[in-house]
Design a protein around this ligand. Structure first.
Ligand SMILES: O=C(NCCO)c1cc(-c2ccc(F)cc2)cc(O)c1O
Ligand SMILES: [Mg+2]
Length: 214
């Protein structure tokens, strides 16, 4: 039977990366995506912007919406201080199964809680299930039409505090126009666009960093 792209991506990690070495896992995925098959990881160019935001925020609590194969999960978790927690939500069970193995190969399973399910169902349960009061950083990289409703839901559930950072992938390609309009026009956010390119291509894309003002 045919393998899937996520399965082939995992194979490239297991073949080319060193167990317990997150940077080699990131490098193996980028190499696979440049030389073999494109895949929708945030990628190396936008990944450097992600790294700089994570390092600047130095978050104790991170929420990632959209795990896919765990590429950005590994980038973020490898930069977290000890005892910091990253919760990542993935709707697609096949993606989640691959991501668990990629995260384990990087040796980061102790820093990461991967939840299989819908963001809309799980965001209201964060506090009761994980004892999280608020998130210092949220990385939005899931279904593009869920960015805005899930951001409003996080506000309603009190999961954002003054200074919480939202970092959103793909605000140009595929695009999240309603989300962009919201964070750029709302007096409750201070937004900044980091121009870049769609992973592994020359197509324009970028990350939007938005500070919740409370
Ligand atoms: O749907 C996406 N993520 C949620 C599901 O896991 C996603 C899609 C694309 C993309 C796809 C097809 C194309 F032609 C251009 C872009 C890129 C991304 O970075 C993404 O995160
Ligand atoms: Mg993306």
């Amino acid at each position: 039977t045919q393998s899937t792209r996520p399965q082939r991506l995992l194979g490239a990690v297991q073949k080319n990366a060193t167990r317990g070495d997150p940077r080699s896992v990131v490098q193996a995925i980028d190499q696979f995506c440049r030389q073999k098959e494109w895949a929708m990881n945030v990628g190396d160019e936008k990944g450097c912007i992600l790294d700089s935001v994570v390092s600047e925020v130095n978050p104790a609590t991170v929420l990632e919406l959209g795990t896919y194969c765990g590429y950005s999960t590994v980038r973020i978790a490898s930069l977290l201080p000890p005892h910091a927690k990253l919760i990542t939500l993935e709707f697609n069970p096949d993606f989640a199964a691959i991501a668990r193995q990629v995260i384990a190969w990087a040796g980061l399973e102790d820093k990461v809680h991967l939840i299989e399910g819908a963001s809309g169902d799980w965001i209201p349960k964060m506090t009761e299930q994980f004892g999280v009061k608020t998130f210092d950083l949220v990385f939005l990289d899931h279904w593009k039409d869920r960015y805005l409703p899930d951001t409003m839901l996080m506000e309603e559930c009190g999961l954002l505090r003054k200074g919480s950072i939202l970092l959103a992938d793909n605000v140009i390609c595929p695009g999240t126009p309603d989300y962009l309009e919201y964070v750029r026009s709302s007096p409750r956010y201070e937004s900044q666009y980091f121009k870049s390119h769609l992973e592994y291509t020359k197509v324009e894309d970028g990350l939007e960093k938005s500070v919740f003002l409370g």
